[in-house]
Design a protein around this ligand. Sequence first.
Ligand code: PMP
Length: 350
Amino acid sequence: MSLIRADLESLPAYVPGRAVPGAIKLASNEVPLPPPPAVLAAIAEAAANANRYPDLAVSALTARLADALGVAAERIAVGCGSVSLCQQLVQITCRETSDEVMFAWRSFEAYPIVTQIGAATARTVPLTSDFRHDLDAMAAAVTPNTRLIFVCSPNNPTGTAVTRAEFERFLAAVGPDVLVALDEAYHEYVTDPDVVDGTTLLDAHPNLVVLRTFSKAYRLAGLRVGYAVGAPDVVLALRKVCSPFSVSSVAQAGAIAALDHAAELLASCAEVVSERTRVRDALLTAGYTVPPTQANFVWLPLGERSTAFATHCLERKVIVRPFAADGVRVTVSTPEENDAFLDAAASFAG
Ligand code: PMP
């Protein structure tokens, strides 16, 4: 007789991007630059009071986010990274094993994990042949058991994004009785004006919740801060299931300081965006298939050659992220780091 839930035996572990000393890490969609000095100073100041518990209600950061987004504070739940909020979304929607969580596949690898931790049932809908969400197929796959749908835009790992028109059509088809989570972790890198910004649809759709994070454009992946914006009842439920004090005082102070320096941080996203075009164009010229991307990474659908490609890059001290038999995701970084990757890609013969 095991002490542990039997169904956890098959739970896949979350696979973090590898780090190898001396190698260029393009495996986790991070920003290669440290936070600005003023943000580091705010973090150090908060660390000096680490003997005290953080603000349980995360009030100051929530108020700043509400202000920045132009929504009421009761519409924002801050969490220990948006991945925690994904897990909390399953907790607030699913109770029976028959309850279903739907998401496209391939998409963010945490979705199946948090679904299984929540003892719910995952329903996946394949991406289209051009690596985009098939929202019509997803809407058609909704059953009376569907409780939660994750839509990832831009999609990790393919970089493809959902347009406002197709997302509005999707929300209309799904109806008001299923919670739809639009995961916009890479929102700050979106340049296509047709791509949906979920926060503009919240008033019309109480069943929509938008996820954002400080881990990417705001350069605080190590501090673990994400947030959800949604209807007050959904937000209240998310706050209820949040582990108490899981957003540390250091994280709260760092995120507030990052918002103070948003202009500088967002300006450096523009550099990533221009490198994104350069990297994709170079890969296309070299003969690779690369779907258009709205994120800070590119996707190479190399199928069975994915692992060999990643090994080839690692031999050249560039760490990329392979998904076996499917594709390889590569973070867009500084021009020098991108050049090192492009050199490795150019010499791959597999
Ligand atoms: N959503 C997506 C689509 C992601 O790619 C990530 C990070 N890889 C997250 C959520 C989680 O981000 P965090 O927990 O660092 O906020």
